[in-house]
Design a protein around this ligand. Structure first.
Ligand SMILES: *[C@@H]1O[C@H](CO)[C@@H](O)[C@H](O)[C@H]1NC(C)=O
Ligand SMILES: *[C@@H]1O[C@H](CO)[C@@H](O)[C@H](O)[C@H]1NC(C)=O
Ligand SMILES: *[C@@H]1O[C@H](CO)[C@@H](O)[C@H](O)[C@H]1NC(C)=O
Ligand SMILES: *[C@@H]1O[C@H](CO)[C@@H](O)[C@H](O)[C@H]1NC(C)=O
Length: 468
């Protein structure tokens, strides 16, 4: 969820045309010692996802309200909390103040903690609106609801930029209160990278403003999310890659397999139809009425969440697994089991590294908690019309290069990670060459319905219901 000014824009436009700007380097504060993720983080993350996607207890205002050549640029990217979130640097105001904001394809608002924030931690860098000459004073209060938390502030307009891209009157929320634990480390807010229909502040997301102004060489955003899980890490590790206005071939090999988005019109979430999940080589048979489960592709959430029945069936395939007594919706499994779980999109199976599926210790010494949890908790998901019922977060996205592409239709693409990005033989935890992407026709590993994946997605996107 994020946002920028106009006077500077013309200026920047002209320079961005020719300059393939150098990556920016930002000083990153690090804590000294590595830490283990705490399960309270996971519970909070799960609740966050439930609320965001309309499965929470409190009613979240739903999302349902629901050429000139430019340039592309690789922007510095940091992995926070052992793959918990990924942030980049955004400049706000005049003169610019730099902030670390989570780059979030699952939301569409830009907000940053303001100097007036009373609930923010002392260590959170805050935006000093008084020292910006382009800040538009406003009294319009707005609240953005997230899981167990919320952010309240005033909707304003400001000059916002990332690298050499800039927008002069970007709508954003200067946050005066945020719930506890919403911001950690050096992060000051969120840059939403989904579509404007999803914006609680009813503002156009930064990236869409750039597209409208033809600032981007192509209407693409490319992500490689680095992996520190399973290794020692500090709280904030430079790593991963975010490219605005294109992709970066350093991080993938082969083709990017683009698929048309499914879901509501106008678009809100970035979402694809997921056809199948395989567990230890067996197809699960997702409980969707059509052939595909609408699934948000969400860089801003850590884990993978899905409908109760499917998640229970998935863990039912793992011998010795059981619901985690202390964490509703989560499951634990014997740590000695190497989880072989793949998601299928567009007829290709994309495996998840077992290291990404293990999110820490269970209630017994030999048990581990799995990174796929019950998102819907028995909610009537058939009513989630147009919204996703699976949320595919970083647990999966670390295993592929992901490209979000605006167009007609909007598309999301996955590619195999390059060796430089940890793919192929460079991947620890074997069995996981993210690439193999077994083709259904040849190997019969995916449902036969995938013969014409694109047609199927287009036809089924809006009529999915679940058999509970
Ligand atoms: C949601 O509501 C159910 C039923 O009232 C309750 O059991 C559950 O604990 C609630 N969950 C949260 C996170 O409040
Ligand atoms: C791709 O990423 C590499 C490594 O971060 C960087 O050096 C290079 O400039 C990037 N290429 C493009 C075209 O952005
Ligand atoms: C691809 O298919 C082959 C043969 O069916 C199987 O042995 C292999 O594990 C599959 N690879 C993936 C990544 O699913
Ligand atoms: C089937 O799987 C094998 C081994 O993974 C692979 O070499 C072959 O190309 C696959 N066939 C098709 C049609 O994808």
């Amino acid at each position: 969820m994020l946002q920028l000014p106009v006077a500077t824009l013309l200026l920047l436009l002209s320079t961005s045309l020719c300059a393939a700007a150098d990556p920016l380097h930002i000083p990153i504060g690090r804590r000294k010692s590595p830490r283990d993720l705490d399960h309270s983080d996971h519970l909070a993350a799960a609740e966050f996802m439930r609320m965001r996607y309309g499965f929470g207890n409190t009613t979240t205002p739903s999302t349902k309200r629901m050429q000139r050549r430019g340039s592309s640029e690789a922007l510095p990217f940091v992995n926070q909390g052992g793959d918990s979130s990924y942030f980049g640097t955004v400049d706000i105001g005049t003169p610019p103040q730099s902030f670390n904001l989570i780059l979030d394809t699952g939301s569409s608002d830009l907000w940053v903690a303001d100097t007036s924030c009373q609930t923010c931690s002392q260590s959170t860098p805050v935006f000093n609106h008084a020292s910006s000459s382009t800040f538009q004073v406003s009294t319009e209060q707005q609240t953005i609801m997230y899981g167990s938390g919320q952010v309240t502030g005033t909707i304003s307009q400001e000059s916002v930029s990332m690298g050499s891209f800039s927008f002069g009157k970007q709508g954003f929320l200067a946050a005066q209160t945020t719930s506890r634990n919403l911001l950690t480390g050096t992060v000051s807010g969120i840059m939403g990278l989904a579509f404007s229909a999803l914006s609680a502040t009813q503002t156009t997301p930064f990236w869409q403003n750039l597209v409208a102004q033809n600032q981007l060489e192509s209407t693409e955003m490319g992500f490689w999310l680095s992996r520190f899980r399973g290794t020692k890490f500090t709280e904030e590790e430079p790593g991963g890659s975010f490219t605005l206005g294109g992709t970066n071939a350093t991080f993938f090999t082969g083709d990017i397999e683009f698929l048309p988005m499914v879901g509501s019109s106008p678009p809100a979430f970035w979402q694809l139809g997921m056809e199948e999940i395989t567990v230890q080589g067996n197809q699960l048979g997702l409980s969707v009425t059509g052939s595909q489960a609408p699934s948000a592709i969400d860089t801003g959430t850590t884990l993978i969440g899905g409908p109760s029945a499917d998640v229970a069936a998935l863990w039912g395939q793992i011998q010795g697994s059981e619901p985690m007594p202390t964490m509703p919706g989560f499951f634990q499994y014997p740590c000695s089991t190497s989880l072989q779980i793949s998601l299928s999109f567009g007829g290709k199976l994309w495996p998840i590294n077992p290291a990404d599926l293990n999110i820490g210790s269970g209630t017994q010494p030999s048990s581990c908690v799995g990174g796929i949890f019950d998102l819907t908790q028995g909610s009537n998901i058939a009513d989630n019309g147009g919204n996703p019922i699976w949320v595919v977060g970083d647990t999966f996205l670390k295993n592929v290069y992901t490209v979000f592409k605006q167009g007609s239709p909007n598309q999301i693409g996955f590619a195999q990670l390059s060796q430089a990005a940890g793919g192929g033989s460079g991947t620890p935890g074997v069995g996981n060459t993210p690439a193999a992407g077994n083709n259904s026709k040849g190997n019969g590993s995916v449902k036969g319905m995938l013969a014409s994946p694109l047609a199927a997605v287009l036809a089924l996107g809006t009529v999915l219901t679940l058999c509970l």
